[in-house]
Design a protein. Structure first.
Length: 497
């Protein structure tokens, strides 16, 4: 009935609103206040990244489906012209440092655009990906002249759960894929486009094959995203995951995932500890919740909202952390005043740090208002589920337990690739899901190497199988020929004909 200030909206509502915004507007929202900056760094808002397009004013941020078709020629030509202009300017600047004076580029929109792209990439790597990297599924850097191998290496280290990576026509080298040298680090990858990456050699294919996991290994279950994140991101936050019964109102119980803070050494006097519980039948976005937990969450002023999280503090116990870091605790609302009020009303609140709170606080999920807060011992955080619009828990992408899930691989124009690289891909279980395989412009592979690889690609669609016309390889009658003859700017052994 009454009106509410936007800062009083539950975080779930704010995130729903944020989902309607593009990356540019999200960044503007992040500048409003600290709480919104924390909210903007929610992983589910940054699933699909297109920095090359964003730097040119196209702020699409949906799944990559519509990009599957070839980009239009004019778009590609413009990007190539910009890249050439930038390269010339950069080489001149190496000789004469005064060329780097911004006044020298002010009149050249092509150079300015590439510089903007470079700033955007650096900003993403330094400020955004450290927070949302594990949630990122798509990165498209096709035709980027600003991206370097070092940038790609950083991006891949920060985004261990990528499913779609497009580096078409970039200048990357093998060193960009260093992080893939560990088993199972890119096992979610479904789409890899390295078309026109002329510096790529067999080393990258060896790393890729290792990173995709090993179907023949008894340790293949360790290719799960959780394991990869553990390998790449270092020690996880001090949370312990349990599956067990959660009490619902009326004494009913339900299986739930329970994230529990590990008991700390210090602060054992802090009681109870914090516990998050998620209903397995309608799971929340685990990555989001982990982030909220790390960042202290965003306040939720009204428990009457179905499925909303509420905090109750254990009566009167003093948190050792709170004295110095009051902000560290917030689970909820938009304003500091709101939380100060809550602190005052409930006495002391818990910081949630494992080092200073004992492990007695409990986290639990629940459905709407039916959860019995008393079951938590008076201290519970309850969160609504956060699935994308129109997505049910049952139709989200399955990642757990999947590996060597590559469906699309293009090495078109990677002319250093040889049979050795193809053999690497053939090992550890091959590429059982690959449907699209483009080896156009790879004249140093042979019939034998192709045959070996194709024999472990049972899902390969001949229509989407491309290789040099001069090789009498597998499926010669049904496979498509080399694509690069028509391309004009990608390596092909017949381009001079
Ligand atoms: Fe031989 Fe294109 S690489 S036909």
């Amino acid at each position: 009935s009454g009106s509410a200030h936007i800062s009083e909206l539950p975080m779930e509502i704010l995130i729903r609103l944020f989902r309607y915004l593009g990356p540019e507007d999200l960044c503007r929202c992040g500048q409003v206040c600290t709480a919104w900056w924390g909210l903007v760094k929610t992983g589910s808002l940054w699933r699909h990244l297109y920095p090359v397009r964003w730097a040119r004013g196209d702020f699409y941020s949906g799944p990559p489906g519509y990009l599957d078709q070839e980009p239009d020629e004019e778009w590609v030509k413009n990007l190539q012209d910009e890249g050439r202009a930038y390269q010339e300017w950069d080489e001149d600047a190496d000789v004469d440092e005064s060329v780097r004076n911004p006044n020298h580029t002010a009149d050249n929109p092509a150079i300015n655009t590439v510089q903007r792209e470079k700033r955007l990439l650096n900003g993403m790597i330094q400020n955004l990906l450290p927070a949302v990297g594990p949630s990122v599924r798509t990165i498209v850097l096709a035709y980027s002249s600003a991206v370097s191998s070092k940038m790609v290496r950083q991006i891949l280290s920060l985004c261990p759960n990528l499913t779609h990576l497009d580096l078409t026509q970039t200048d990357v080298t093998d060193s960009a894929f260093d992080s893939w040298a560990s088993l199972g680090v890119c096992s979610s990858l479904e789409h890899l486009d390295l078309s026109g990456c002329e510096k790529i050699t067999d080393h990258t294919l060896k790393r890729l094959s290792l990173g995709l996991g090993d179907l023949t290994s008894p340790l293949s279950s360790r290719n799960s995203p959780e394991w990869r994140t553990k390998l790449l991101m270092g020690p996880p936050p001090p949370l312990k995951l349990e599956v067990g019964p959660a009490l619902l109102a009326g004494g009913r119980s339900r299986q739930a995932m329970i994230f529990k803070r590990r008991p700390g050494v210090r602060g054992s006097s802090c009681s109870p500890a914090h516990v998050f519980v998620f209903d397995l039948e309608e799971p929340a976005d685990i990555e989001d919740v982990a982030e909220w937990s790390r960042h202290g969450g965003i306040p939720v002023p009204d428990t009457s909202t179905a499925g909303v999280l509420e905090v109750q503090t254990a009566g009167g116990s003093s948190c050792c952390c709170r004295r110095g870091r009051r902000q560290g605790l917030s689970t909820g609302s938009g304003s500091a005043a709101y939380w100060q009020q809550r602190y005052l009303s409930f006495g002391e609140a818990q910081c949630g740090h494992s080092a200073c709170c004992g492990g007695e606080t409990a986290l639990r999920t629940f459905k709407g208002a039916e959860f019995d807060l008393q079951a938590t011992g008076g201290s519970a955080h309850l969160r609504t589920k956060l699935l994308p619009e129109g997505q049910s828990p049952n139709n989200r992408t399955e990642h757990s337990g999947t590996f060597r899930s590559l469906r699309f691989l293009s090495l078109s124009g990677c002319y250093h690739v040889t049979d050795m690289g193809l053999r690497s891909l053939s090992q550890r279980g091959g590429l059982p899901r690959v449907e699209h395989l483009n080896l156009s412009g790879c004249p140093f592979v042979s019939e034998v190497g192709l045959q070996e690889l194709v024999s472990v690609c049972p899902a390969l669609n001949d229509e989407h199988f491309y290789y040099c016309d001069n090789i009498n390889g597998p499926h010669a009658d049904t496979a498509s020929g080399c694509q690069n003859l028509q391309c004009g700017f990608r390596v092909c052994c017949r381009s001079g004909e």
